[in-house]
Design a protein around this ligand. Structure first.
Ligand SMILES: [Mg+2]
Length: 230
């Protein structure tokens, strides 16, 4: 594509691993709760429902996730054991927050290439401080012209970001792993969108992509393939 576009790029599970670490906390929590007679299936099902509701009210991030795990214990009827479980849960969240960021393949080189041709904006949702902390720890900050952390990535957030950053939607693309947060709302706001699937994507980020061909929605299998596209 010709140079001079604005490329909005998702962070978690697009630039670096993220959800696999939450999944492993859920695995260990589910195993732990079997000691209290709660099946792993029940834990997973209940947590997903709690997260669906709580992220809407409280946003995303590890601290809210930790609070969801405590709500989960109440929800599955073992609230009276929470005092006993709390040290385990808190240690899991503390370890999650200290986790070393593992970049996905070809990310720095590809960003450096894209940055020479286009305006590149890291566009991520979640807790402001936590997301910024990850950007800094990733070592990728200087490869972006701008970093924008929003509470939710819906159609209004994309329209607002385009306005704030002075990007025309028809010259803007969103790149990310989430059909629900990266592809559908960006497309609805008039951006192009490139889906970069990640097998470990959080269940609440999945939604069906349109079945009819839309030239404004593309897909690559690896982040490095963005070089050929842009
Ligand atoms: Mg993501």
């Amino acid at each position: 594509m010709r140079p001079g576009l604005t490329l909005f790029i998702d962070a978690d599970d697009t630039l670096w691993e993220n959800n696999i670490y939450f999944d492993s906390v859920i695995d260990r929590t589910a195993t732990r709760l079997t000691e209290y007679g709660v099946s792993t299936e029940r834990t997973r099902e209940a947590l997903l429902a709690i997260e669906r509701q709580r992220t809407r009210a409280h946003g995303y991030g590890s601290l809210n996730f930790g609070a969801s795990l405590e709500v989960l214990c109440e929800h599955v009827g073992i609230g009276e054991s929470l005092d006993q479980l709390r040290p385990f849960l808190r240690a899991e969240i503390a370890a999650l927050r200290r986790k070393r960021l593992e970049l996905l393949p070809d990310v720095p080189d590809t960003l450096a290439y894209l940055r020479r041709r286009h305006r590149v904006v890291l566009f991520t949702k979640g807790n402001h401080d936590e997301q910024w902390d990850k950007v800094v720890r990733s070592g990728l900050r200087d490869l972006f012209h701008q970093v924008d952390v929003v509470r939710e990535k819906d159609q209004a957030a994309y329209a607002d970001a385009a306005r704030r950053l002075g990007a025309r939607p028809q010259h803007a693309w969103m790149i990310g792993n989430s059909p629900k947060s990266d592809i559908m709302p960006a497309r609805a706001a008039g951006f192009g969108a490139v889906f970069v699937p990640h097998p470990g994507t959080w269940a609440l980020e999945l939604t069906d992509l349109p079945e009819t061909h839309d030239p404004g929605i593309r897909q690559v299998e690896r982040f490095g393939e963005l070089r050929d596209m842009f």
